[in-house]
Write a protein that binds this ligand. Structure first.
Ligand SMILES: [Zn+2]
Length: 125
């Protein structure tokens, strides 16, 4: 396996499906065996943001990303819910954190990014 030079670590993104978690688990084990720090696991497409009240709802299973992180003793970074503004923004080349900075998903993504930044900058200082 070939790694990127000066790699700070790896972020593993999974979704609530068990198939995705199997793939994510393999990736985490591969990183650990290769001596790459796993910065954390993100559960993507975890619930959705209600367009009426902006609450995050979970019509299907969720929590698999957190369970996987606990099982493999790596950090869990958070759950990113589905929100139509993510895809509509991406399609026009504007990340949702810029196009909808006050949205629930932008808050979640920014929080995760801040946590990753702290881990990476802490490792270098
Ligand atoms: Zn609602």
């Amino acid at each position: 396996m070939q790694y990127i030079a000066d790699l700070d670590g790896m972020v593993v993104v999974t979704n609530p499906s068990s198939v995705s978690q199997i793939v994510a688990k393999r990736a985490i084990i591969m990183a650990i065996e290769g001596g790459v720090e796993v910065l954390g696991v993100i559960e993507n497409m975890s619930g959705y943001v209600c367009p009426k009240c902006s609450k995050v709802c979970y019509p299907m299973l969720h929590g698999g990303g957190e369970k996987l992180a606990k099982e493999l003793e790596v950090p869990f970074l958070g759950r990113v819910p589905l929100d139509p503004s993510i895809s509509s923004s991406s399609d026009i080349g504007a990340p949702v954190v810029y196009s909808h900075p006050d949205s629930v998903v932008a808050g979640v993504i920014t929080g995760i990014a801040d946590e990753i930044e702290q881990k990476v900058s802490g490792a270098k200082s």
